[in-house]
Every structure is written in C-alpha cells, then in structure tokens.
Design a protein around this ligand. Structure first.
Ligand code: SF4
Length: 428
C-alpha cells in the first residue's frame, strides 16, 4: 500500500508540539509505545481508563536500537527483512493500524478477512499479525500445520475482549443452566445458545464450540442470531452488548427482552423472571473506541453539513446507531465510501486510523471522523514499526519471538464454533 502523508502519527505529533490545530485525548499518543510496556494498562488512547485484568500479557523491553531508530531506518529494516524472508513471510494489517505499519502489510482487512487471507499463502511459515491478541489467536486456529503466528507487541490486547473472561462466562452458564435446565422445548430448541463475537479470546470461542454455540462478526451478526434462534429459545451474547443489542433490535427483538448480564452480580443483575422471558442476554462489555461516539456528534455533523451521510459501526451505542443514516462493519463502511459515485460528505463513526485512510484514498469525497478528538484504539496503537522491524529481524536471524499459540484441544473446539459460523447462511 502506498504511504499516506501526513499520517495520523505525524498529525498527532504536530498537534502535541503545537504546530497544528486539533485535540488528542492524551499527549502520550506522541510517545513510543515502549514507554508503556513495563506499566500495567492498555496505554494511551481510547482504552486508557479501562481496568486491565491481572495477568494480561505484557511486552518485554524493545531493544533500544529499535526505540531510537528513525522512521526511515525502521522502514528500511522492514523492507530488507521482507525481501530476505520472501514467500516464507506474510504480514497482515488490520484497518485500525497506523499508516506506518499498514504500508508494509501484504493484506489489509478486518480480523476475519485477515485470518482467511493468511490461508491464501500456504508457503508462508511466518504470519506476522499487525492487530491485537484475539486476532492472532484466530489466525493460529485457522493456520495450516507448520505456520507460526507472531504478534509484534504482546501488550496489544483488546479491552473489549478482556471484558468477558472464560471463568466469568462459565459461571454465567452454570447459573443460567440451573435456572433453565438443559431439556429442549417442544420444537427441539435448547434453553440457551452461546454466541461470541469474533472479538473474544480463543477460550471463549472454544466454550461456544463445546456448548452448541457459534462465533459472529459484525458483518454476519444477524445471520448468526437467526441460526441461534432456530436452535435455541434464547441467546447469551458476549462480549459486546452494543453489537448484540443493535443486531437483535434490527431483527425485531424488543429491548425489554434483552436483559444485561453483569458478571459481578448474582444472575447478572437481572431477576429470574427477566432471564426466563429473555431472547438475548447481553454481556456487559463494550468497545472503548466506539463508545466515544454520541448523538450530539451526529447532530453537530448534520448542522455543519446538511447533506452529510453518517455511517457508524454497530459497536456504537444504540442511540448513535439510531441517529445515523447507516450502520455496518468496517468492510461495509469501506465499500459504502468506495461505491459512492458522486462527491459525498461522510461522517464516520469508527477508529480514526481507518477514517483518515479513507479520507486520503478518496479525495473526491469529504470524509471526517464523527469524534473531533483524536483518540485511536489504545491496543492497536501498541503496534509500532519498531516492534515490526524487531520481530522481522529476529525471524531473519532464525529466532521466533512473540509467537501466539492456542492449545490443540482449545483449537478444535474453537474451530467448531468458527465452522458453524461459516456454514450459517442468511434466510433466502
Ligand atoms: S477497536 Fe475496540 S474492539 Fe477493536 S481492538 Fe480496539 S478496543 Fe478492541
């Protein structure tokens, strides 16, 4: 992909130095992510105030040579390592990654597109995933024998995925099973089906595989919910309450039948009657990037640009999705912009790196982020060209660092839940 100038990183530095107008959510964004590797926490950006679970993976010290190298030197090192590794290497870049990383990616996409893209490179022994931890796990689950998945910075987790851990979900399942029993109803439907968003740990995907459940993405959530409703009286949906609520609401499920499950409270904080009447039980999780978008921002965009087309991601709160013109996955947003045939003003509610890139790639349109404050995803931001250059140089030297592996038993169960998703078809 051709380099984009100015990149978001350059813009953040200019704002922080007082050379450009604008606001960032923290001046720490202008600092190298290695400054935060020794500190527990998600680092600067949208998740910086989220509590991080004890035991979340930490990144060891990035060698000083990579911390101090100039951007040009890092790019040169990355290009040289790519050339040396040739077909043995594939680099995957998520839409939310910085431009400085994306320009080295062989594939750019959302998490599931990228995991599948790796399969088109069977000769690649090394899959370097410039994204976050659950994405690297999914790539490892789908990878061929002998392929290794590498996450350039181990601290690149996902605060939303961390909001549902397997112990809390197992505990919720026990409580729900005690309440509902395990017998199917007269139509053969199980009392409850677990559905996990792709943005979850491999342990949760495996939990779904073991318990008759399924995985969904933001592109296929309604197809997956239909699949689940055919097989179950209710759905336990985790970790993102907003994707669950927005999807079920669009399918006609009333809000009164979508109780929230707060893992810190008995029965998730709902009454037994509410849970018996439920169609979708929503886990108390959210994405801190998409939670920043508000109805006021939509109103302001409409006031300033009366013809604006507002498109938001379904991880946004329901009120924002209702106020927008359209809601859809990152791929939906990308295609909506690419297919607009006349110059259009778009206000977009998703991660700022992707919005900026769309604006640079489509100069015929006016494209801006609904949130005027620059606040990228904290954990996507943990991947910097310094870490990419380091893991690649190590590969050239014959050493594998930062490999992400999913245990074989967990892989088998998680793959089952992913395969159910791939087999689920929308009603014709
Ligand atoms: S954008 Fe949200 S869901 Fe995606 S990695 Fe960041 S915190 Fe997680």
């Amino acid at each position: 992909m051709a380099p984009i100038t100015p990149t978001l990183d350059a813009t953040i530095r200019a704002i922080t130095n007082g050379e450009a107008p604008g606001d960032t959510c923290t001046p720490d964004l202008a600092t190298g992510p290695w400054e935060f590797d020794a500190t527990p926490g998600y680092g600067p950006g949208s998740s910086m105030l989220d509590p991080i679970p004890t035991g979340a993976p930490r990144q060891g010290a990035l060698p000083r040579a990579y911390q101090e190298a100039s951007t040009e030197d890092l790019h040169r090192r990355i290009r040289a390592a790519k050339e040396a590794l040739g077909e043995r290497l594939v680099i995957l870049g998520h839409f939310y990654q910085r431009d400085e990383v994306v320009q080295h990616a062989d594939f750019l996409g959302d998490s599931f597109q990228l995991a599948n893209a790796a399969l088109t490179k069977p000769d690649a022994e090394h899959i370097v995933f410039c994204g976050v931890h659950f994405m690297a796990e999914t790539a490892d689950i789908l990878a061929r024998e002998g392929q290794r998945v590498i996450l350039p910075n181990l601290a690149a987790g996902c605060s939303m995925a961390d909001m549902a851990d397997v112990d809390s979900v197992e505990s919720a399942w026990e409580q729900l099973t005690a309440l509902y029993g395990t017998e199917p109803d007269a139509h053969g439907r199980a009392p409850v089906i677990p559905v996990t968003y792709m943005n979850s740990s491999a342990a949760l995907k495996a939990f779904c595989g073991r318990n008759g459940g399924i995985v969904c993405t933001s592109s296929n959530a309604s197809t997956v919910l239909e699949w689940a409703f055919q097989r179950g009286q209710r759905v336990l949906f985790f970790p993102d309450q907003h994707l669950g609520r927005n999807t079920a609401k669009a399918m006609g499920v009333p809000l009164s039948r979508m109780p929230m499950w707060n893992p810190r409270q008995p029965l998730g904080g709902s009454t037994a009657d509410e849970l018996v009447d439920a169609r979708v039980i929503l886990w108390h999780g959210y994405c801190s990037v998409h939670k920043r978008f508000s109805v006021d921002q939509v109103t302001a965009a409409r006031e300033q640009h009366p013809d604006v087309r507002v498109i938001v991601h379904p991880e946004c709160p329901m009120e924002v999705v209702d106020a927008a013109d359209e809601a859809g996955s990152t791929d939906y947003i990308r295609r909506a912009v690419a297919s607009a045939t006349t110059p259009t003003t778009f206000a977009i509610g998703t991660e700022i790196n992707m919005v900026n890139r769309l604006a640079a790639e489509h100069p015929q349109h006016t494209i801006f982020c609904l949130d005027p404050v620059i606040c990228p995803c904290s954990t996507m931001y943990r991947i910097h060209p310094g870490y990419l250059a380091w893991v690649l140089d190590e590969l050239v030297a014959g050493r594998v660092v930062n490999q992400i592996t999913v245990e074989p038993d967990m892989q088998a169960d998680a793959r089952l839940a992913l395969e159910r998703m791939l087999a689920a078809k929308p009603r014709g």
